[in-house]
Design a protein around this ligand. Structure first.
Ligand SMILES: Cc1cc2nc3c(=O)[nH]c(=O)nc-3n(C[C@H](O)[C@H](O)[C@H](O)COP(=O)(O)OP(=O)(O)OC[C@H]3O[C@@H](n4cnc5c(N)ncnc54)[C@H](O)[C@@H]3O)c2cc1C
Length: 385
């Protein structure tokens, strides 16, 4: 029994599409740190990356739980949706807070795949998790903002046409609340790169196309301000629930991939004249992974349902992300152990997925910060920062 009896048609067709991108495809990209261009194109052509865009703008207007099913199936197939998942949730900032002119200009082209909006620039070296301390600033100069500063770990910039960027338009010290004074700009990367924006790739332990960004007097038209100046932090927070629920769904897909891999290998690998999976020391950890994953999947579904019914499920999105990322990491660890030495070899793909799934306990929000949210918002305990 698995908690995945929703959107079976979508799941089946995503799984079919993923068959054209087998393990060897991802393994070879991992080796050269390549971007899965043909996979992302196939997903776009099939309309999967625009499911959350309303029909009036050319998308299919499906709920978040449908997007969860898509991402989960990609991960379950052995692939990595991290290359493009932001296309789904980043446009939410534009959809919810952009003006009609901006939505009409960009959303249909994003839906058709002619424009990619999959970069989301928040994190800075000096602020880390404390977003209110970002210092990248935008100063108004006529009908432009002039942006100066630095961002780090901003993913997919090299494979995106547009970026949602969080900047300070008023210094923190001059604001009544530390969350005030930040604004969201939609940066057209096609104009910006080389004209005030420098992009440097960061090599990480997995193939994730992340970069650091340097802004030196980058001019962004004022018409690209999303919503009201100074209210950007709230707009970004609105998008984070969707992001956490979607990434939790990816973790469920990862966990299921590891569990299927572990149980299949344990059942066929014979040592001491019998399958290793006959030994309960091998069998029970895999069974425990399954239990943990199904419990996490229920929380992911609950959070997605709340989101789809119009609620702002901050705690549930956080709890889903924590449970799912811990379930996938536990399943990854057991999968390596079950495979013995072979778990470490590239050809089994376990070590690649092991590296990939570790990210989700740190990004987009780390486990400690989730626990802090739960302690203070659900349990009314004092805040530590
Ligand atoms: C591969 C990758 C891709 C990424 N992609 C993007 C992206 O596209 N866009 C973007 O904006 N960001 C991105 N990030 C950044 C990511 O969101 C941050 O790395 C993450 O939020 C943690 O911030 P930090 O790295 O500065 O860690 P820090 O804030 O320095 O934290 C370090 C550790 O200290 C802990 N910690 C900090 N404060 C507290 C506290 N008060 N209580 C308890 N523990 C605490 C944290 O939990 C963490 O474990 C990406 C990161 C990676 C690695």
């Amino acid at each position: 029994m698995t908690v995945d009896n929703s959107y079976t048609d979508i799941r089946d067709s995503v799984a079919k599409l993923c068959k054209d991108f087998p393990d060897v495809y991802w393994r070879e990209l991992d080796e050269v740190r390549g971007y899965p261009t043909s996979f992302v194109q196939a997903l776009s052509d099939a309309g999967y990356l625009s499911v959350l865009i309303p029909e009036e703008y050319g998308g299919s207007g499906l709920p978040l739980s449908a997007a969860c099913a898509i991402l989960e199936e990609i991960q379950r197939s052995g692939g990595n949706a991290g290359a493009c998942h932001a296309q789904m949730y980043t446009m939410g900032t534009l959809l919810r807070h952009g003006n009609e002119r901006q939505k009409e200009k960009y959303l249909p082209k994003i839906a058709s795949g002619d424009l990619r909006l999959q970069a989301f620039g928040v994190t800075e070296p000096g602020s880390g998790t404390d977003t209110t301390r970002i210092t990248t600033k935008a100063v108004r100069d006529g009908d432009h903002y002039v942006v100066t500063g630095q961002k780090v770990f901003i993913s997919r910039v090299e494979h995106s046409d547009l970026m949602v960027l969080l900047v300070r338009t008023t210094a923190r010290e001059e604001c009544n609340k530390r969350t005030d004074g930040m604004s969201v700009l939609l940066v057209d990367l096609r104009d910006a790169v080389g004209s005030g924006l420098t992009v440097n790739p960061i090599r990480t332990m997995m193939n994730h196309a992340t970069t650091e960004l340097f802004f030196d007097q980058l001019r962004v038209p004022v018409e690209n301000l999303i919503g009201e100046e100074g209210k950007g932090f709230r707009y970004i927070l609105d998008g984070m629930n969707a992001e956490r629920i979607l990434i939790a769904a990816e973790c469920i897909g990862d966990a299921r991939w590891f569990i299927e891999k572990s149980s299949a290998y344990a059942s066929q690998r014979e040592v001491f004249g019998q399958p290793i999976g006959k030994n309960q020391g091998v069998q029970f950890p895999i069974a425990r992974n399954h239990v943990q994953t199904e419990a996490a999947a229920l929380m992911v579904r609950h959070a997605a349902d709340l989101f789809d019914s119009g609620e702002r499920p901050g705690s549930e999105a956080n709890m889903a992300k924590l449970l799912a990322s811990e379930a996938s990491w536990a399943a990854a660890d057991v999968c390596i152990q079950t495979h013995g030495g072979y778990g470490f070899t590239e050809e089994y793909d376990v070590e690649r997925k092991f590296r990939e799934t570790r990210l989700y306990q740190v990004a987009p929000i780390s486990t400690n910060l989730i626990l802090s949210h739960v302690a203070t918002h659900e349990l009314d305990m004092p805040k530590s920062f």
